[in-house]
Design a protein around this ligand. Sequence first.
Ligand code: MG
Length: 395
Amino acid sequence: MKNICLLGSTGSIGTQTLDVVAKHPDELRCVALAVRRSVGTALAQARQFGVHQVAVADELAANSPEAQELRAWCEAGGGFLRFGAQAVEELCLLPDVDVVVNALVGAAGLRASYLTLEAGRVLALANKESLVVGGDLLMPLAARLNGLRGDNGALMPIDSEHGAIYQCLLGEDMAEVTKLWVTASGGPFRGRTREQLTGITPAQALAHPTWNMGAKISIDSSTLMNKGLEVIEAHHLFSMPYEKIEVVVQPQSAIHSMVEFSDGSVKAHLGTTDMRIPIQFALSYPQRWEAPVAPLDFRTLGTLEFAAPDTDTFRCLALARQAGEIGGTLPCVMNAANEVAVAAFLAEQLPYLGIAECVEDAMEALGSQPVESLDQLAAIDAASRARARQFVAGQ
Ligand code: MG
């Protein structure tokens, strides 16, 4: 039995994680959960899954009638209801937690990832920004924990591409890997020119063709920033130099990523486009359990297409790669500016093509320095957000 602390339980990854828990009650138990502010949904989840340790990030949510009800439920079960960002992070340190599923949105997830690995718990990571911003701090902690565990299971990626690469690498010698092929759907605007993207609205950008996801990641997928973040994530997770990480557009999203070896062999990971498969693998490793959804039927799959990404139109991918290659604190700058730009676009304060312009402006203004600490990254994150807000205000 693995005891799970689920951070971000009401989002897309959070609810699908609970689906996996419900399907495998003999293997998984949710013992703690955290939400941003959806107290009512947290209450329903806590009752359904018998969870009595709950944190809510937004302190303003503390006074609602539902919060009173949730507190009563938690305390009746010997647990607690706490509020604030620190309360969310402290859930990772509860004595009965084996695995933390970090499905928080944005750089706010980094501290929880750090605390989890530092405390010697398994980190099942859907919050890719943790690695993008703090990979230099997280990976040494993961390596130390892998050493103690005697396997490679300290940091399990929940991102479908990285879960795919992880599985392709099982049993392989990293010295024989010549390339990681990270697949991209291309998003809803694949094939369009820059001119055709000038008037894009949030509703258009939120309609992803193959994956059903939250707002932030859906916008990132449409700009290909998501793929840029994933390139940086792959660099850290698999200690792979950037020149060996290639992005290829695979519009059907049936191939979740590929690994090429020195003898020219390529291993691909395929599966139904449903996040419950990579979520379950991250939680079942080193075992495999019964499929959480219907497997792929190759007789009805049809054609698989491949194409190079258009980085002139989708500049966020090129900017993210550039940030990763320069390294240090530049990915932190890039990510923070992107978070502000995406929020501004969703609030109709920034045009669609302004997202990349805002990111580029912050990267040029703030530059890079070596990564030293969480506090340093938090300060740089704040400086980049301030710069990005200035950019948005000037639009
Ligand atoms: Mg992905």
